[in-house]
Write a protein that binds this ligand. Structure first.
Ligand code: PEP
Ligand code: MN
Length: 337
């Protein structure tokens, strides 16, 4: 970072700032201009925030040179982070498809969904057993019974299981059944939960909050990484805007921005992003063209009867069609399905 001193800063104030830089284990490099003095601050102690120096007398401002997040940042790690989800590598050339119903509703429903998405080429089954619903009167999920059904579907279909955890104390339970833990949009800044999944050592799909900036999103990822869990997948799932034709607005910009700021894999959820089945395919194509490493898609064997998010869920045959339609798009950008 660079500390810019005020024009009228005194020598005494300057000495105090230089001493403070050394006190926190960093090295100051002084540069005296005609009008102003600036101090370049270098060293391994990147944990120091600008606040350490901003409050000192004589300091006008502090300009960070590296981003505010460290472990999530491309500055920290140049190469893409790739890891395996039950054998399938995310972050490499293959586009990873995670598909399944919004919620686990019954054995029949989850098995049908699992077999259908597996046949079409998905590598992981999604489905909530604990549902964070806007209304307390909406279906809240089957809880542990839902987790057991997911585990059964995993064995029958041969898919990894991605499922949401909504509270820190549930992390051990959900981890017994899940291959990947999902942090939902509403919990993106639940720091106790981020801490708990950081310590779980399961891969995590972190969904972007409805009203979160990309910086806030990456800070949330940083919480997980800083608790010793390097396997984080960032999921753009649409943000809330003034637009009402769709449930959310998928921030396609976020894909290249996240890819440039961070080494973490990025996936997109066009189901929650649009809220409408008929728009899922177009936004899926856009996401892959923009560089996403995978997609999370809601698929239900009978969307009309779904207990949640039926309007945005694809039927099995529509998911199969989507997979076929995405293949040439993936190939056009040097990837495959
Ligand atoms: C979900 O994926 O089941 C879900 C609830 O999504 P979001 O957290 O993005 O709203
Ligand atoms: Mn849903």
């Amino acid at each position: 970072m660079v500390i810019v001193m005020k024009k009228q800063a005194t020598e005494r104030q300057l000495s105090r700032v230089l001493a403070r830089v050394e006190e926190v284990g960093m090295q100051p490099h002084l540069s005296r201009g005609k009008v102003r003095t600036i101090i370049g601050v270098v060293g391994d102690n990147n944990d120091q925030s600008p606040d350490t120096f901003e409050s000192l007398e004589g300091v006008e401002r502090v300009v960070p040179l590296l981003g505010p997040f460290k472990l999530a940042s491309r500055d920290f790690k140049k190469e893409n982070t790739c890891f395996s989800i039950d054998g399938a590598k995310i972050g490499e050339k293959k586009i990873i498809m995670i598909a399944g119903p919004c919620a686990v509703e019954s054995k029949d429903q989850i098995l049908q969904a699992a077999l259908a998405v597996k046949k079409a080429g998905a590598v992981a089954l999604r489905g909530g057993a604990f549902k964070p619903r806007t209304s307390p009167y909406s279906f809240q999920g089957l809880g542990e019974d839902g987790l057991k059904l997911l585990a059964e579907a995993r064995d029958v279909a041969g898919l990894a299981v991605v499922t949401e955890v909504v509270a820190p104390e549930q992390v051990p339970l959900v981890s017994q059944y899940a291959d990947v833990l999902q942090i939902g949009a509403r919990n993106m800044q639940n720091f106790a939960l981020l801490h708990a999944v950081g310590e779980s050592h399961k891969p995590v799909v972190l969904k972007r909050g409805l009203m979160s900036t990309i910086d806030e999103f990456l800070h949330a990822a940083e919480y997980i990484l800083s608790h010793q869990n390097p396997r984080v997948i960032l999921c753009e799932r649409g943000i809330r805007t003034f637009e009402t034709h769709t449930r959310n607005t998928v921030d396609i910009n976020a894909i290249p921005v996240l890819k440039s700021l961070s080494h973490l894999p990025v996936i997109v959820d066009p189901s929650h992003g649009t809220g409408k089945r008929e728009y899922v395919a177009a936004v899926s194509r856009a996401a892959i063209a923009a560089g996403a490493d995978g997609l999370m898609i809601e698929v239900h064997p009978d969307p009309e009867k779904a207990l949640s998010d039926g309007a945005q869920s694809l039927r099995p045959e529509e998911f199969q069609q989507l997979m076929d339609d995405l293949r040439p798009v993936a190939e056009a950008v040097g990837r495959y399905m």
